[in-house]
Design a protein around this ligand. Structure first.
Ligand code: SF4
Length: 491
């Protein structure tokens, strides 16, 4: 049966803190306005916000299963034309430690992933002007010839925008040019597109921190083209730096708007977590791929990591006596607007003060994303930078997915602490949070429910020696053991 997607209606006059209204939000009967989102973020008690986000999550995903995926993040090159001031990973052409992996190195990494039951490779790089379109096509064809069972989740929107700049494809619009490149990469083996490079969409913030990276319109257009080709993608947000809280909500609002557009233009998915014309009924997670049009499958947000970055050297908010004077406002909040059109000149210190995100700010942001993004299936717990146990708590704050069991990570770990977990620890974290762990694939279909005596965590006899490790460099995870590890995911 074909379903007609209908975006939820808003109720602008409702008090965002009214339990009756929030119950309707949790049931998927009404959608938050940006103003209500801001009120909820600022005024709702943390645990109450988490409780409503959890209710929404349970409405979509049921009470039992929470998922993870086994994949490997391969950063195929660190050469990049952009100069994002939050990035400790990029190198310029000619730098001593600049690299581009050889095909054989890439194939070896994917072989190792395949050997341990991995299902997906996440490939993201810098934007390297020395690589041709044929380099990418040959790479993708080579992967699919050798590993037809591995899903290739690769090349985030900023990379695609630079592909257009580097390869000069035919077409009279950005959309045409993107489609020309994307069709070729898709034919060569690209399966889906990760949401890297989302950062914060609002222009005043984006132009300060993401020098040389595409703007929000180009980022969202890239994903729209992918959706038009039937591809699934994810959306991300990196917060906890110079942005205001309204910028986070504006970011979520753009994702929600463009998801509406994709679902309306390319067909609604026929799994029952999306509103049709009545409030949703609780259900169990789907177990087979659907054939609906492309759209965002997931939203993942994480806090900025400051180590080794130019942005990390910016003075922290609260460090100066005047920051505590009555009426003092964080510059990001003074500039931010729910419409994303704040005037960066409206505060002299905008971009010069940093407001890092701690655990409660992270949980608050993640919970709000679950309530706000009523048309997105999965919210990921990005525990990688906050630590496994904050991620675990995230499962009670609206997250349905614990992200990636990966074998390496290089980008986020260049800028601060990330963690390594093996599959057993990951399953234990999910189980101890009150859920049954399940391995999923890229389309969020369940591959294996880990509820028997052979579940990875049930096979561990001594948890005193079986713990999370911290990861600072790629080698730390790989050297740790032959088992799976979890690293940072920017999908
Ligand atoms: S964040 Fe990505 S696009 Fe920006 S400089 Fe680093 S590698 Fe390049």
């Amino acid at each position: 049966m074909t379903t007609i997607y209908k975006p939820l209606q808003t109720k602008p006059d409702a008090d965002a803190l009214d339990p009756g209204f929030l119950r309707d939000v949790a049931l998927g009967a009404v959608r938050l306005t940006p103003e209500q989102g801001l009120d909820l973020f600022r005024q709702q008690e943390l645990f109450e916000l988490g409780r409503w986000a959890d209710a929404r999550c349970r409405q979509i995903h049921g009470d039992h299963i929470r998922t993870y995926v086994i994949d490997r993040n391969i950063n195929y090159t660190n050469v990049c034309t952009a100069k994002c001031i939050f990035c400790a990973f990029k190198r310029a052409v000619g730098d001593d430690d600049a690299y581009t992996l050889e095909y054989e190195q890439l194939f070896e990494k994917i072989h190792a992933l395949s050997e341990i039951g991995g299902t997906q490779v996440l490939m993201q790089g810098g934007m390297n002007p020395e690589l041709s379109l044929d380099w990418y096509i040959d790479l993708l064809q080579g992967i699919k010839e050798r590993f037809p069972h591995i899903h290739v989740h690769g090349f985030s929107p900023p990379e695609f925008i630079e592909f257009v700049n580097f390869f000069n494809p035919p077409g009279s619009s950005l959309e045409d040019k993107l489609r020309w490149v994307m069709v070729r990469l898709r034919e060569a083996g690209l399966d889906s597109i990760p949401g890297g490079g989302g950062e914060i969409f609002a222009n005043p913030v984006r132009t300060k921190i993401g020098l040389g990276k595409c703007d929000a319109e180009a980022w969202l257009t890239t994903m729209y083209v992918a959706h038009s080709l039937g591809m699934f993608t994810s959306a991300t947000m990196m917060f906890g730096h110079i942005e205001g809280i309204a910028d986070r909500i504006h970011h979520m609002d753009l994702v929600r708007q463009w998801q509406d557009k994709a679902l309306l233009d390319f067909g609604a998915p026929d799994f029952p977590d999306f509103p049709i014309d009545q409030p949703l009924q609780p259900h169990t997670p789907h177990t087979q791929s659907r054939t609906a049009g492309g759209h965002y499958k997931a939203f993942i947000s994480w806090p900025f990591q400051r180590d080794n970055t130019a942005l990390g050297r910016v003075r922290e908010w609260g460090a100066q006596p005047e920051d505590h004077e009555p009426g003092a406002v964080f510059p990001g909040d003074a500039v931010a607007s729910l419409a994303g059109d704040g005037d960066p000149k409206s505060h002299a210190e905008f971009g010069r003060r940093l407001r890092l995100s701690g655990s409660t700010d992270y949980l608050r942001t993640q919970a709000l994303s679950r309530l706000y993004l009523d048309n997105i299936y999965s919210i990921g717990a990005s525990w990688v930078t906050m630590g496994p146990h904050v991620g675990q708590i995230g499962l009670q704050f609206g997250a349905s997915d614990m992200g990636s069991v990966m074998m390496e990570e290089n980008v986020v770990s260049s800028a601060g602490t990330t963690y390594c977990l093996d599959e057993a620890v990951l399953c234990k974290l999910i189980r101890d949070a009150g859920f049954t762990p399940a391995q999923r694939n890229n389309t969020y279909d369940i591959l294996s429910i880990k509820d028997g005596p052979d579940a990875p965590d049930h096979l561990v006899e001594d948890w005193s020696t079986h713990r999370a490790q911290r990861l600072h460099i790629q080698g730390a995870c790989e050297a740790q053991s032959t088992e799976l590890t979890i690293g940072a995911s920017s999908d």
